[in-house]
Design a binder for this molecule. Structure first.
Ligand code: SF4
Length: 465
């Protein structure tokens, strides 16, 4: 059993994890469905969103230059990072130059991807995660298990225990409201004392040089406003031409992520505090990160750069909803992670992820920018096959299937034999155990086959006509 299979087996055996995943993903799916049903123009907006992203990706250099020019006009300092490591070095360098002891951070998947939390700790800088779910994860010394709800794998009972053990004066922790208040009391003074605030960016607006953050807790605003220095880390694929396109993308993002029409807090940040401004940072830095994005373009994964990080694909994925995010062993779980991770970490290391998919296509259907995730996952499977990464038993099973599929008469004989043999193992219409099928029957029963093959039934119907 390899590491991935080990994590999956452990996740499947964890009944509490299943409860936690079901609670959040069921709610998210219901809210998204209601939001989409109440938006008749969703299909057109989705096409528009896809076209906006494709246009920007095809003209990336132009929009990056435009963004840089306009951001500099607002007083922002622009930094370019080719790799995650370079980005971390730039951020740590800015923190050290500001003599920072404590930094607050609002949730950013890019930060997780490039290993920023670790880099800050290694530099001896206290890191305070301010998003409620990230705060939970930090206290638990864990990694996020979902890109929108990083603590999705925890039940509220587990969160209560965590706060009781770590918060000063937690008070009663019976309700979600009490837990939120306890976190608020514990985080408030950290917000005000931080030297540097680090945020991500949901969008980079090329024609103004502004960046956009969206949260439901207001923590991005508290992270970026009181400290002397605000650092933004953003992937270069976050560009949009102007506010008009940003608004279209926002409507798609928020409805797909949480089912709301707009997040509680949508803020556009442009440059440091100006003369006469009451508050705001004295320095405003934007670190534009490639970290494999241009490689994805070269690898034929341009469509993946449309991703808004809304999480809808994982909420609807039959595999993610069984095993949760940690089982994937990567920053990005679920269908989008199964496409991105082999590009970021290499196919050899993450070859199991594209296989953890039934190719049922739900992810593509709910994706607000119509990313053809099943096609991209199949592309990685093809590469894994060509490069010889398929497990021996799969490779042999496929070779045998290919041999039979190319010889219809033999295929029919084999199908008819299976039809006779499989019922021997069935009880009450279901097969709970069968030689060579342990990978399936270990976790669920297999239905007893129908009385005749599809081909036999088809021929019978044609003859009856
Ligand atoms: S692939 Fe699509 S559905 Fe999945 S996170 Fe990205 S934008 Fe959302």
């Amino acid at each position: 059993m390899n590491a991935f299979h080990g994590r999956v087996t452990a996740a499947l055996a964890d009944a509490t994890l299943k409860i936690a995943i079901d609670r959040t993903t069921n709610t998210a799916r219901a809210k998204r469905a209601a939001a989409i049903a109440a938006w008749p123009e969703f299909a057109q907006a989705r096409v528009l969103g896809r076209d906006i992203k494709d246009h920007v990706i095809a003209n990336m250099e132009y929009y990056l230059n435009q963004f840089e020019t306009n951001a500099k006009k607002t007083g922002a300092k622009i930094h370019w990072a080719r790799t995650g490591q370079e980005a971390c070095e730039i951020v740590v360098g800015i923190c050290k130059a500001a003599n920072a002891k404590t930094v607050t951070r609002s949730k950013s998947m890019l930060g997780e991807e490039i290993g920023l939390p670790h880099a800050l700790e290694a530099a001896g800088i206290e890191r305070v995660e301010t998003d409620l779910a990230e705060h939970i994860i930090q206290l638990a010394h864990e990694k996020p298990s979902h890109i929108i709800w990083p603590a999705l794998h925890k039940t509220r009972e587990q969160v209560g225990d965590l706060f009781r053990a770590n918060h000063t004066d937690p008070g009663a922790l019976e309700t979600v409201e009490q837990m939120v208040n306890s976190a608020r009391r514990n985080l408030r003074e950290k917000f005000m004392a931080a030297d540097v605030g680090i945020s991500g960016a949901n969008f980079l607006i090329a024609d103004t040089g502004a960046i956009c953050t969206v949260t439901n807790e207001g923590n991005a605003e508290l992270t970026t406003t009181p400290p002397r220095v605000h650092i933004v880390t953003a992937g270069i694929e976050k560009l949009v031409p102007s506010m008009v396109e940003a608004m279209t993308m926002l409507r798609l993002l928020v409805r797909s992520a949480t089912g709301a029409e707009l997040t509680q807090y949508t803020t556009f940040h442009a440059g440091p505090k100006r003369t006469g401004d009451v508050d705001g940072p004295e320095e405003f830095h934007i670190v534009l990160v490639d970290a494999g994005r241009t490689t994805m373009l070269a690898e034929g994964l341009a469509e993946m750069l449309r991703c808004l990080r809304c999480g809808a694909c994982m909420n609807h994925c039959v595999v993610y909803r069984q095993i949760g995010g940690h089982a994937y062993g990567a920053t990005y779980p679920g269908p989008m992670g199964s496409v991105i991770t082999p590009s970021l970490d290499g196919l050899e290391k993450s070859q199991d992820l594209p296989r953890a998919c039934t190719l049922n296509g739900q992810c593509q259907e709910v994706c607000p920018v119509a990313i053809p995730l099943p096609k991209l996952i199949r592309g990685w499977r093809t590469k894994a096959w060509v490069q010889g990464y398929e497990p021996v038993y799969t490779a042999w099973a496929l070779r045998i299937w290919e041999f039979l599929a190319l010889r219809p008469a033999l295929y029919q004989i084999a199908s008819n034999m299976a039809l006779r043999v499989m019922p021997v193992f069935a009880k009450g219409g279901w097969i709970a155990k069968m030689p060579l099928a342990g990978g399936w029957t270990r976790y669920r029963d297999m239905p007893r086959p129908q009385a005749a093959t599809f081909l036999a039934q088809y021929k019978k119907r044609q003859a009856a006509k």
